[in-house]
Design a protein around this ligand. Structure first.
Ligand SMILES: *[C@@H]1O[C@H](CO)[C@@H](O)[C@H](O)[C@H]1NC(C)=O
Ligand SMILES: *[C@@H]1O[C@H](CO)[C@@H](O)[C@H](O)[C@H]1NC(C)=O
Ligand SMILES: *[C@@H]1O[C@H](CO)[C@@H](O)[C@H](O)[C@H]1NC(C)=O
Ligand SMILES: *[C@@H]1O[C@H](CO)[C@@H](O)[C@H](O)[C@H]1NC(C)=O
Ligand SMILES: *[C@@H]1O[C@H](CO)[C@@H](O)[C@H](O)[C@H]1NC(C)=O
Ligand SMILES: *[C@@H]1O[C@H](CO)[C@@H](O)[C@H](O)[C@H]1NC(C)=O
Ligand SMILES: *[C@@H]1O[C@H](CO)[C@@H](O)[C@H](O)[C@H]1NC(C)=O
Ligand SMILES: *[C@@H]1O[C@H](CO)[C@@H](O)[C@H](O)[C@H]1NC(C)=O
Length: 433
């Protein structure tokens, strides 16, 4: 590369040196721009090249902070060692050398910094959409503070940047950034982080907040399913670490096995699957749950009609006729053919009819009917009564007015199996009396 011209040039300089009597010495100071963390040791080397004799060195700084430093000189090299550097060493240092009467000097700027740890974020119980939360990010032992800034992020998006208004800090400091954050629904599921940067050597440290499940959402509000059909509901919850999701049916102790990938799956819906389900989300910070009502729709099952009595019925006996349905919501009615009905409420699973001291005229067909918006089903029972000669009554008298005549026949009905519906059933039964 250099070639003949170059060799000639070098020779020429050497000859010149000999002629002028000047040495060709140079001073090399390393490192020229040390950036060093508080507490570390700094070694600097000041070397004079091409000096034919021993060199004398003097290290100086603007303020005399290097008294504690160690120096070592060897022929043409001088070493400066500062053990466990501190912020006071942030300044310019000069190495001055004398080689055979020639003075050479160089300066280096020492930059001391402190940024020993990641930001600290206290755990946040939960982040709830549209609800303000006060977040605090603390960074300990920072220097120099004027080169420091903090950024809050949700996912990759910057939420808030904090530039500090500090000048000439002269000691290691702690800094806390307080951020009042109102999460939006779109942010659900994204991490929230605090990024601390020291603009000195590009040091960046990020800590991601751990927070418990907050806002929960379900994929579908359409929680109504037809008998025998399929329903899936997915539950989502925010949180870091990612919350575990599970579903269970209220009234059942064990969390449901039906839960797969956050989904509640009902295939071939049956009446017994209707009801309230709960979706729970939990991680090591907290837990949260929400409820979903699953409605199963379809025509009622064929209701059951039963008699309290076995065998032949004789006049004067007290009987009860039961009408019950184990299907979905249906209005139950129990009545004697072509007569007024004993009606149960929508959510009663049984209606009953008491006939005390039964009479021949009470014989007939009794109908138990279950009806809802999707259909109607009936069961019937024929009741025959064997006459007892001792009891006489006008056979033409309608059942409905019998109580007014005496105590011979009393027709009452009540749905009793569901406690809170008793009252309603009673008031219905009064229309029969
Ligand atoms: C340089 O200094 C060393 C001691 O540090 C000494 O032994 C040596 O003789 C000196 N050389 C010259 C050329 O002065
Ligand atoms: C910074 O925080 C640490 C830990 O909380 C504490 O020990 C230290 O004294 C604080 N330093 C300053 C300068 O406040
Ligand atoms: C959220 O942060 C955690 C570390 O705290 C990380 O493991 C996880 O992958 C992050 N999740 C997302 C969605 O970025
Ligand atoms: C469910 O209903 C709520 C309020 O009624 C609504 O805000 C939400 O968007 C609905 N979700 C779906 C998936 O339809
Ligand atoms: C759905 O459930 C009903 C009643 O439990 C059952 O008779 C039927 O075979 C089931 N159908 C399927 C496809 O599993
Ligand atoms: C039927 O019930 C009435 C009270 O309603 C009671 O006085 C009567 O003894 C009962 N008769 C029989 C046979 O149990
Ligand atoms: C039962 O039905 C009545 C109306 O018939 C309704 O007001 C009530 O809330 C229902 N109760 C339950 C537990 O579904
Ligand atoms: C009907 O009879 C049953 C006993 O068979 C009794 O427990 C119930 O209270 C009676 N209901 C009415 C409304 O009299």
């Amino acid at each position: 590369m250099c070639g003949v011209k170059c060799i000639t040039f070098v020779l020429w300089i050497d000859i010149l040196n000999v002629i002028t009597g000047e040495n060709n010495s140079k001073l090399v100071l390393t490192p020229l721009h040390p950036v060093i963390h508080v507490g570390e040791d700094l070694e600097m080397t000041c070397q004079v090249t091409d000096c034919p004799v021993n060199v004398t060195f003097v290290w100086t700084s603007a303020t005399d902070k290097f008294l504690a430093a160690e120096f070592k000189n060897e022929h043409t090299v001088s070493y400066l060692l500062i053990r466990s550097i501190s912020v006071i060493h942030s300044e310019t240092v000069m190495c001055k050398s004398t080689c055979d009467g020639k003075i050479l000097q160089k300066m280096a700027k020492i930059e001391v910094f402190s940024f020993p740890e990641d930001p600290v974020l206290p755990k946040v119980k939960s982040l709830i959409a549209n609800q303000e939360e006060k977040l605090i990010c603390t960074v300990h032992n920072i220097y120099p503070l004027e080169r420091f800034h903090i950024e809050w992020l949700r996912g990759d998006k910057t939420l808030h940047k904090e530039e500090l208004d500090v000048q000439n800090s002269d000691h290691v400091q702690n800094y806390s950034s307080v951020f009042n954050y109102t999460p939006s629904v779109d942010d659900l599921g994204k991490n929230i982080s605090c990024k601390a940067t020291l603009n000195l050597n590009g040091l960046e440290r990020t800590t991601t907040a751990e927070y418990g499940p907050g806002t929960m959402t379900v994929s579908s509000n359409n929680t109504s399913v037809k008998l025998g059909e399929h329903l899936e509901i997915t539950c989502h919850a925010d949180g870091n670490p990612k919350p575990k999701i599970f579903w269970w049916k209220l009234g059942e102790t064990e969390p449901e096995h039906q839960s797969q990938n956050n989904k509640l799956i009902i295939s071939n819906a049956s009446w017994s699957q209707a009801g309230w389900y709960r979706c729970g989300a939990s991680n090591n910070v907290g837990s949260q749950q929400m409820s979903v009502k699953v409605i199963v729709t379809g025509p009622p099952n064929i209701p059951k009609i039963q008699l309290s009595h076995r065998g032949e019925l004789k006049e004067g006996e007290n009987i009860t006729i039961f009408c019950s349905s184990d299907g979905g919501p249906a209005e139950l009615k129990l009545y004697r053919q072509s007569q007024s009905a004993a009606t149960g409420g929508l959510n009663e699973s049984a209606v009953l009819l008491n006939i005390s001291s039964i009479h021949i005229t009470d014989a007939g067909i009794y109908i138990c009917e279950a009806k809802n918006d999707f259909g109607i089903e009936r069961s019937t029972m024929t009741i025959t009564v064997k006459a007892q000669h001792s009891i006489s009554r006008n056979p033409d008298l309608p059942v409905a007015i019998l109580p007014a005549v005496g105590s011979v026949s009393l027709l009452t009905a009540a749905g009793l199996l569901i406690r809170h519906c008793r009252k309603k059933a009673r008031s219905d039964s009064s229309t029969l009396g």
